[in-house]
Design a protein around this ligand. Structure first.
Ligand SMILES: [Zn+2]
Length: 114
């Protein structure tokens, strides 16, 4: 296992296995919007898809909102899954036109309005 990966495992022992399984199941998707090459990372969850911003350390799931933002947990497994996917390069790339960006962002982030 490469060193970045074992570092992530050491930092997140409780979440690592679930996150890694998610990656291996190809549930991490990298959306690339054309033109412009805007990239959005999405993890396919049990009931819906979650938007993950790995650089900002953000995920649109309930666990993140209720437990990570209140500092009960350092991160959710979706966020960790995207980090693992970036290191292992195991993910699905989906190309969409830029017109889809706002529509998908609404679906991923503003789920409570649906
Ligand atoms: Zn999450």
């Amino acid at each position: 296992m490469n060193t970045d990966l074992s570092k992530l495992e050491k930092e997140n022992p409780e979440l690592f296995q679930e996150a890694y399984e998610t990656v291996k199941a190809k549930r991490v998707k990298k959306y690339v919007f054309k033109p412009g090459d805007r990239v959005r990372w999405v993890v396919v969850g049990k009931t819906r898809d979650y938007l993950v911003l790995p650089e900002a350390g953000y995920c649109s799931c309930e666990d993140f909102f209720f437990r990570v933002m209140s500092h009960e947990k350092p991160m959710c497994y979706h966020l960790l899954a995207v980090k693992i996917a970036q290191i292992t390069e195991i993910y699905t790339v989906i190309e969409e036109t830029i017109e889809w960006h706002e529509r998908l962002m609404n679906e991923w982030v503003f789920y409570e309005k649906a």
